[in-house]
Structure formats: structure tokens, C-alpha cells
Design a protein around this ligand. Structure first.
Ligand code: PEP
Ligand code: MG
Length: 592
């Protein structure tokens, strides 16, 4: 029974996946496992204790293998995360050191494991690189599995939950998240994790509401509490009042109705009321996602993040594999544009097999084009694959993290060399491919006039532009509130890029997350962004917003926007002026 005395509490976290759900909480809190006692092992029992640890690891490995093998097809792309967990299970740092502690300190396996994890985890947590930080979470997931086997606790078996509930957990590993049965689990809430954690990515793939990084959810929520999860606002309401429930139910229904209505119109063109046609494109990480772009009404691929193919391999992929992958995407897209971004590894996307890559500050290190120019053979392999694939469709090449014109010159030189090489080998290719650069480093904005002379288009990457302009680590949840796309500095940078693009006769696109927010569409159109690219689920909403905008009388609004001094003031202004308009579903007569 619900406790009528309970107070309504609002918990704030990070919106991991949009949508609203209301339901009973189901705690899968594993914190109990952390309460580990230390006891001394007698000399003659030490090898048995080590054996107990090895068995626990073996069981953990078998359980993970089963999860990987039973993974439904749609999760295959995430199997790599679990393969990483498999490797971690045998990692020297964890495995050998725990055995060492058992033997040297003559302590029980649980205590030894806990000690090793407490030493190893902070090493990862203190790294500035987002990707390596995520490895700290992986270590927790892996050690939890071993610990549960050691103490005999049941592994949380999400697949066996047979009630319609909302999961509440300290953390959900990607393996657990991938076991979620959509017909049972309405949504989930976790203490840990950020928007870009693997768990968040899977939640968005599943399209279920999720709030992550709440901090204290498992302390404030009890089993069977009624809770509301608002995955867009990043809010969890515990024990909502009757009034809050009614209001939320209404909002939820509106959200669902709206989503369905918007989806029905997603194949209509994104044309403003005054007849300006804007291409709304999809961002993809893997070739399989290309279908989702078409399903959601995307006009093309505005950003193909090719590095994910490199991240999920044991070694650098060869030209043939890359060519096949690019061709697969191009074949599905037919004549529609496919923007292939060249390798953007390192920074927050470290590659396991680059063992020599120990940078103190990877976001400012040998990332993306800097890495590619340092390793021209690796870069040319990719360029050759792209030029070959370009012969089959409408390809654009996009180069990330450009900070100055020499990088563009060198890229063009390598493209010429790659083409020459293909020519000599008599392999079919196309050299005449539009070349664009990501505008995501402040120096690129400042020198946009110089860069525009060399390239065919700009594509603004707001995720990094915000990170590098406002000095906000994009993966750090403690500064997530300062990651503000409407900051006057960012708006001025976008404006300058578009102005320069127009002066120099090249188009300016946007493929950062900012492009996927319908409320920002009036500002982006007003600033002169020519094309928007976003995660596929956002396409119908943004197209709908564009259809409701009239750009003819925007000057006064844009003057006011650019005169604002804070992100909040800009947001209030756009909300007041366009909030209702962009969230309204367009009239049915436009449907053809
Ligand atoms: C960006 O930085 O905005 C962008 C689109 O690229 P990525 O998120 O892959 O760094
Ligand atoms: Mg970027």
C-alpha cells in the first residue's frame, strides 16, 4: 500500500533519455554487497582462498558470456562494452593484484578485491579523459559481479522481473540495461552515470525514459514507492501528490500523443512558413543506424562518426572493411547526402589498441585530425576507402577538430595522394567530393574567413565548441549545468561562422546536439544555419518546429537574442516568442 503520509520529494539528475513514466519503484540496489568484512586466512588455506576468487571470476565470465550470446540483434552494437568487461575480469590490475593481496596480506578474497578496486578506481576517475573515466564505472560493474559470486548474493536478474515497474539502481551496467524487457520496465533511475555513459546511450536506443546521475536515488526511493520519471527534464518525483500525479499523467499523455502525431508527419519536408527548405539530417555512429534516420524522416546523413568502427575493433580496420561499411550506408541512402566524418579518435574516444597514447590532457591532445596527420598511413587508408565509396553516391567529407588552415592544406594533399594511388591501381573512385570542416574549436571560428577559402562547407559541432569555448568538460556531470548552448559566446560564434560562410559563398551546417532541440530551431534559422543534423529520434520534432517558423520577420527577434547577456535570458526570450509555436503540431492541411 502506498504510504499516504509520505512527502513528495523531487530529485534532480541528468536527463538520460526523454519521455515521462509513472509507476512503482523496483530497487535493484546492490550496495549491500559493499559491506565487506576483513578476516585473516591461515597459511594453509591461502591457495583455497585464491581458488575461491578464481572461481568467482570464472562464474562472472560465464555469466557475461551468456549475456553476450543471448543479446538480441538490436543490441549487438553494444556487445563490445561487455567484451571490455570480459577483458577487465582478467586484467592484471584487478585479477593479479587481488591474488597478490590475498597471498601477501593473508586476507579474504572479498576484502582483497575491495582494496584493489579502491586503489584502481580513483586512478581512472581522476583521469581527465572522459573515455577513461567511464572505465572506472566498468571496474565497478566487473568487481560487483565478482563480489556477488564471492558473497553468494544473487546477480540482479532484470530479465526475470515480471512486474510493470521503474528500475532504481545505484548504477545499471550496460549488460543489465540491455536485459531490460520493454513490455515490463517503464523506465529507470540511477545514482551514477552521465548523459553520455553507455547506459544512457542504450536507454536512448530503447526509447525509454531515464534519469541518470541522481546521486542519492537509492537512498530516497523505497521499493514500491510511486515515482515519476521525467527523462527530458532529468527529474524524479518520489511519492507525488494527487495533484502532481494528475498533472503528470496529463503531460505524459500529451507527450505520447504529440510524439505519435509528429512521427506521422516526419516524412513531410522541413519547410518554413515562408517557403525556406531546411535539410534535417541524422547523425549515426554505425552503419546499422542508417535505417533509423530514414524511418524518422531524415533527409540524409549529416554526420557519420566513423571512429566507432575503430573503437569496436581489436586493431585498425583495413581499407576494404571501411569501404564496405561506407558503401553500405551510401547504398541505403541512395541519392541523399552522406557526410562521412574522418576519424575523430582520442579525446573522449580513446582506442584500446593505442597503447602509446598516455596523454595528461587528452581533450587538448592528439585527437581527431591531429592524430590523423601524425599517422598519415592510417589516415590515407580511410581517405582511400571514402573516395572509393564516394563513386557510389552523394558523399561529403567532413574533417573534425580543425584549428588552423595548415591542417586543411595537409588534408587536401593527402586526399590528392590517396586519389593518385587509386588511379595508379586502376580502382574506381571519385575525387570531386565536397570537403567540409567541423567548426568546433574557437580558433576555427576566429579564422573562418581563411578556412572558408579552402573548403566547401562548414559544420558546427556545438558539443566541442561549447567544451572548448566555455572550458566545460562535456563528460563531467559536475559541470553539466554550465554546458550552455545559448551562452552569448556560443551564439556569437555560430553567427560569425554563418556570416563568414555566406560572405564566402559556402554553406554552414550544424551537427552538434544543439541542432536537435526544437526550441533552438528559430535561433539557428535566424543565425543562418543552412542544415541541421541530429540523433534520429529528434528529427520529427525538429522538422515539425521548422514548419511552424516564419523567417520573414525575424530581424527584431534576432537583434533581441544577440543583445541578451545570459543564456537564461535568451532561453526565456525564445520560449516566450516561439515556445508555443514550435511545440504545436502543424495543421493537417499541410499533409500531402
Ligand atoms: C560536436 O562536437 O558537436 C560533434 C558533433 O562531434 P562529436 O560529438 O562527435 O565530438
Ligand atoms: Mg566534436
Amino acid at each position: 500500500m502506498e504510504d499516504q503520509e509520505s512527502q513528495e520529494i523531487i530529485l534532480k539528475g541528468i536527463g538520460g533519455s526523454p519521455g515521462i513514466c509513472i509507476g512503482k519503484a523496483y530497487l535493484v540496489d546492490k550496495e549491500g554487497v559493499d559491506v565487506v568484512k576483513r578476516y585473516v586466512i591461515r597459511e594453509e588455506s591461502l591457495s583455497a582462498e585464491v581458488g575461491r576468487f578464481k572461481t568467482a571470476v570464472k562464474k562472472a565470465r560465464e555469466a557475461l558470456r551468456r549475456i553476450i550470446d543471448d543479446m538480441p540483434e538490436e543490441f549487438r552494437q553494444h556487445a563490445q562494452i561487455l567484451e571490455t568487461h570480459m577483458l577487465l575480469l582478467e586484467d592484471k590490475m584487478l585479477y593479479d593484484r587481488t591474488i597478490d593481496v590475498i597471498e601477501k596480506e593473508r586476507v579474504n578474497a572479498e576484502w582483497a578485491l575491495k582494496k584493489v578496486v579502491s586503489l584502481v578506481k580513483p586512478m581512472f576517475e581522476n583521469m581527465s579523459d572522459d573515455y577513461l573515466k567511464q572505465r572506472a564505472e566498468d571496474i565497478t560493474h566487473v568487481s560487483d559481479r565478482i563480489m556477488e559470486n564471492l558473497v553468494g548474493a544473487d546477480q540482479v536478474n532484470i530479465a526475470s522481473i515480471d512486474k510493470r515497474v521503474i528500475l532504481v539502481a545505484r548504477d545499471l551496467s550496460p549488460a543489465e540495461t540491455s536485459q531490460i524487457q520493454l513490455e515490463r520496465i517503464k523506465g529507470f533511475v540511477t545514482n551514477c552515470g552521465g548523459r553520455d555513459s553507455h547506459t544512457g546511450i542504450i536507454a536512448r536506443t530503447l526509447e525509454i525514459p531515464a534519469v541518470l546521475g541522481v546521486g542519492n536515488a537509492t537512498l530516497n526511493i523505497k521499493n514500491d514507492d510511486i515515482i515519476i520519471v521525467d527523462g527530458k527534464a532529468g527529474i524524479v518525483v518520489v511519492n507525488p501528490t494527487e495533484q502532481t500525479l494528475l498533472e503528470t499523467e496529463e503531460r505524459r499523455e500529451q507527450y505520447e500523443i504529440r510524439k505519435a502525431l509528429v512521427a506521422r508527419k516526419s516524412h513531410l519536408p522541413a519547410q518554413t512558413e515562408d517557403g525556406i527548405r531546411i535539410s534535417v539530417m541524422g547523425n549515426i555512429e554505425l552503419p546499422e543506424e542508417v535505417v533509423s534516420v530514414l524511418d524518422h524522416g531524415g533527409d540524409g546523413i549529416g554526420l557519420y562518426r566513423t571512429e566507432f568502427q575503430y573503437l569496436s575493433q581489436p586493431d585498425f580496420p583495413g581499407e576494404e572493411v571501411l569501404f564496405e561499411n561506407y558503401k553500405d550506408v551510401i547504398d541505403v541512402m541512395g541519392n541523399r547526402p552522406v557526410t562521412i566524418r574522418t576519424l575523430d579518435i582520442n579525446g573522449d574516444k580513446a582506442v584500446d589498441y593505442l597503447r602509446d597514447n598516455q596523454e595528461r590532457n587528452p581533450a587538448l591532445g592528439l585527437r581527431a585530425i591531429r592524430y590523423c596527420l601524425k599517422k598519415p598511413e592510417i589516415f590515407k587508408t580511410q581517405l582511400r576507402a571514402i573516395l572509393r565509396a564516394a563513386a557510389f553516391g552523394n558523399v561529403r567529407i567532413l574533417v573534425p577538430l580543425i584549428s588552423g588552415v595548415e591542417e586543411v592544406d595537409q588534408t587536401i594533399r593527402l586526399l590528392d595522394e590517396a586519389a593518385q594511388c587509386l588511379e595508379q591501381q586502376g580502382v574506381a573512385y571519385k575525387r570531386d567530393v565536397p570537403l567540409g570542416i567541423m567548426i568546433e574549436v574557437p580558433s576555427a571560428v576566429v579564422t573562418a574567413d581563411i578556412l572558408a577559402e579552402k573548403v566547401d562547407f562548414f559544420s558546427i559541432g556545438t558539443n566541442d565548441l561549447i567544451q572548448y569555448t566555455l572550458a566545460i568538460d562535456r563528460g563531467n556531470r559536475h559541470v553539466a549545468h554550465l554546458h550552455q548552448p545559448l551562452h552569448p559566446a556560443i551564439l556569437r560564434m555560430i553567427k560569425r561562422t554563418c556570416d563568414v560562410g555566406r560572405e564566402k559563398g559556402i554553406k554552414t551546417y550544424m551537427c552538434g546536439e544543439m541542432a536537435g532541440e526544437p526550441l533552438f530551431a528559430p535561433i539557428l534559422l535566424g543565425l543562418g544555419v543552412d542544415e541541421l543534423s541530429m540523433n534520429p529520434q529528434a528529427i520529427p520534432l525538429v522538422k515539425n518546429a521548422i514548419r511552424s517558423i516564419n523567417t520573414t520577420n525575424m530581424d527584431a527577434f534576432m537583434d533581441e537574442v544577440m543583445g541578451m547577456t545570459t543564456p537564461d535570458a535568451v532561453e526565456a526570450l525564445v520560449q516566450d516568442t516561439y515556445g508555443t509555436i514550435v511545440s504545436k503540431i502543424e495543421p493537417a492541411q499541410q499533409e500531402q
